[in-house]
Design a protein around this ligand. Structure first.
Ligand code: SAH
Length: 230
């Protein structure tokens, strides 16, 4: 029996590079060392960050770094954000179980998975077809049947499914696309990094309250540029 367990462990290591229980430990440390210590306290966000298998969303060769305190390349000149940034943006949206959320910039699909752990429905738009399709397959394999991945330019949002309780933009536009503000529900929140593509940008919180749009500038951030379909 012991021999069988050992063989199974070796096979698991061979397939995944590490034991999945090691990844659970790494995730536990990520939550403890990178998130709670920096002010992430929203229980559903912490639970989602503890649950989603981030290593599955990064390239195989970088899996051992999946839980490091850093963004990582995911191909096509794009990146998966640092765990803290994903948690910070999620917490700022204060998502509820009954929410319908729109994400612009699917990338690896990781932020979508974190949101899908918390809310009822996630729609996520990706402009690079290869990334969108890869994320779609991965999210399906992981059983996230409440996520819809759409390939296209997120500039116009997703009118047929609007309005949204929350919108998260994970690429930086120079100005906030007007359609996204329109598609936010009254009482809803949007988080978006705004600024020039090659410099530091500002993370902006948009809240709609009784038809009024309130803009709060938060911290300095660095995101990949928001691109447009030709
Ligand atoms: N949320 C992602 C981070 C991806 S990086 C994750 O968790 O991994 C930002 C992504 O936004 C990139 O994949 C980029 O291709 C995409 N993007 C940039 N401009 C876009 C646009 N106009 N519409 C949709 N996606 C866009």
């Amino acid at each position: 029996m012991k021999v069988l367990t050992a063989i199974l462990s070796i096979m698991q290591v061979a397939c995944h590079g590490q034991l999945s229980s090691n990844y659970t430990d790494l995730r536990y440390h990520m939550v403890g060392n990178q998130l709670t210590t920096r002010g992430i306290s929203h229980p559903a966000t912490l639970k989602a960050m503890q649950t989603v298998e981030r290593h599955l969303f990064v390239p195989m060769s970088l899996r051992k770094h999946a839980y490091d305190d850093t963004p990582l390349p995911i191909g096509y000149n794009q990146t998966i954000s640092q765990p803290y940034i994903v948690a910070y943006m999620t917490q700022l949206l204060a998502p509820k179980a009954s929410d319908r959320v729109l994400e612009i910039g699917t990338g690896s699909g990781y932020q979508a998975a974190v949101l899908a752990e918390i809310v009822r429905e996630v729609y996520t738009i990706e402009i690079v077809p290869e990334l969108g399709n890869r994320a779609k397959n991965l999210l399906q394999q992981q059983g996230y049947d409440n996520v819809t991945v759409i390939i296209g330019d997120g500039y116009k949002g997703l009118e047929p499914k609007a309005p949204f309780d929350a919108i998260v933009v994970t690429a930086a536009p120079e100005e906030i696309p007007p359609a996204l503000i329109e598609q936010l529900k009254d009482g809803g929140k949007m988080i978006v990094p705004v600024g020039p593509p090659t410099a530091v940008q500002t993370l902006v919180l948009i809240e709609k309250k009784r038809g009024k749009v309130i803009r709060t500038e938060l911290s300095a951030v660095r995101f990949v540029p928001f691109t447009r379909e030709k």
